[in-house]
Design a protein around this ligand. Structure first.
Ligand code: GLU
Length: 471
């Protein structure tokens, strides 16, 4: 692979928010470019006037920045081969349409949607795969003019050459072969003058100097059409790699419950960009090392050869694993902001770092941090059902001893525990559980020594005292 010239792109259609599937496509293209010191370009494929919306463009730019998937060419940053929104490239496309028309490789088609549907139905019922019957391919110049004079708005169709085999080596799936006779002449410009996907996508890749295209395997069948178009236009074709789709744990398509979530939803839930990157970079791609990788390491270890052909299964537990790892690594200032507005209502600024150190291993989301802030700092303690049971079982004598031990040793945890052991004759979970339940109202949670250290002595005493009454 020549390195300086490698150029990949992400070409989303702004018809909705980014989801895990298209974010993964963006990520793989960005990683491939970084791996080889190449460039990553962003192009907005907004040819569908009805469904494309400016707010989706704004959202996807913001989402990509949030993930750290910055592009070197495209909207905001510009570049020599813009504009980077297809809606602004009509004049460029016009030139290429004309080339195809002049050489007879494209022709206007006047068939109505109803006629096309009828022909499709007839072919299907005759057991043949439906493709354009070629009606308008055979119109004479006079017939064409007559139709245009009647004010009909034609589409423009590409004339697919007959009897050809289109071959290409997919960078993920290996050698692919398609018979051109299986491909009907296809529309490259809609009746309203807007370009069809096949055309704008292929022309732009060529004009923007894209060398590698990684995209979903749902586009595989489009590739022979695009290769034929590029050949007709004498434009260079990129290398294509079609990524296996992401499927749900049950083998079906991703459902809302199982990861078919927009990046915005994941972000609102508190997922961290680094967690998503570590997860997605391994969804259909393998690394030699299974441990946490920083963005630069994700790029350094990325290889086309490591992309899998089998569908990639979404695994919520894996994503949670990387989320925990991300929380474990985040610097305190960022973590504090990420925790949101509830935590500072409970945790004073001078306790911030101790609070973070105490709860960090036990939180994955801001809601977890808010939970522990409330548990550890609220004046009133709510006991979970389990902790109430533990406290009752320990009995009031246990807490009288605990109060005495605390009066003597304070938060010096090992000494406190030793003393309590001696006073009660208890050890292990029989000793730690009631203590934990009394102080936090929970039977699991942050390290007890840290909790004790974090809590004001008055509060520790009050909570231990309260258990004498409960039990
Ligand atoms: N706009 C197309 C999509 O979002 C791009 C396909 C491609 O990457 O070539 O599916």
């Amino acid at each position: 692979m020549t390195t300086e010239t490698l150029k990949t792109r992400f070409a989303p259609s702004p018809t909705g928010y980014l989801h895990l599937g298209n974010v993964r496509t963006a990520l793989f293209n960005a990683l491939l470019a970084r791996r080889w010191g190449g460039q990553f370009l962003l192009r907005i494929e907004d040819t569908d006037r009805e469904r494309s919306r400016p707010e989706y463009v704004a959202a996807l730019l913001e989402d990509l920045h949030w993930l750290g998937l910055d592009w070197q060419e495209g909207p905001e940053v510009g570049g020599a081969r813009g504009p980077y929104a297809q809606s602004e490239r009509a004049a460029i496309y016009a030139d290429y349409y004309q080339r195809l028309e002049t050489t007879g490789q494209a022709y206007p088609c006047f068939c109505t949607p109803a006629e096309l549907a009828l022909s499709r139905k007839a072919q299907l019922s005759a057991g043949r795969p439906p493709r354009y019957a070629g009606t308008c391919a055979r119109l004479s110049e006079a017939e064409r003019c007559a139709r245009l004079e009647r004010g009909l708005q034609p589409t423009l169709r590409f004339r697919v050459p007959a009897g050809r085999t289109v071959e290409f080596t997919d960078r993920v799936r290996g050698l692919q072969r398609f018979a051109s006779d299986d491909i009907g002449d296809f529309v490259i410009r809609r009746a309203d003058g807007t370009p069809q996907f096949f055309f704008a996508n292929a022309v732009d890749d060529a004009l923007m100097g894209i060398t590698h295209v990684l995209r979903g395997e749902d586009h595989l069948a489009n590739t022979p059409r695009q290769l034929l178009l590029l050949e007709a236009l004498e434009l260079p074709a990129p290398e294509y790699g079609h990524l296996a789709l992401i499927i749900g744990a049950d083998g079906g398509p991703l459902s809302k419950r199982e990861g078919d979530l927009s990046l915005r939803e994941l972000r609102a839930a508190g997922y961290l960009p680094e967690a998503l990157l570590n997860y997605l970079a391994r969804l259909g791609h393998v690394y030699d090392r299974d441990e946490w990788l920083e963005p630069a390491e994700l790029a350094a270890g990325f290889a086309l050869e490591h992309l899998g052909r089998a569908s990639a299964r979404y695994d919520a537990a894996q994503l949670l694993h990387w989320q925990s790892e991300a929380v474990r690594r985040m610097d305190p200032d960022r973590l504090w902001l990420w925790m949101g507005t509830t935590v500072p209502q409970y945790v004073a600024p001078d306790s911030r770092d101790d609070f973070i150190a105490t709860v960090r291993p036990n939180i994955r989301f801001p809601a977890d941090a808010a939970f522990w802030a409330e548990r550890l700092f609220n004046a009133d303690l709510t006991l979970s059902a389990e902790s109430r049971a533990v406290i009752v079982a320990a009995g009031s004598a246990f807490f009288t001893h605990a109060l005495a031990a605390y009066a003597q040793h304070g938060a010096a945890y090992p000494r406190l525990v030793e003393d309590l052991k001696r006073r009660t004759g208890l050890k292990g979970k029989h000793l730690f559980m009631p203590l934990r339940a009394a102080l936090t109202g929970e039977t699991h949670g942050p390290e007890l020594a840290r909790v004790l250290d974090l809590m004001a002595p008055e509060r520790v005493r009050r909570r231990l005292q309260a258990c004498i009454q409960v039990s």
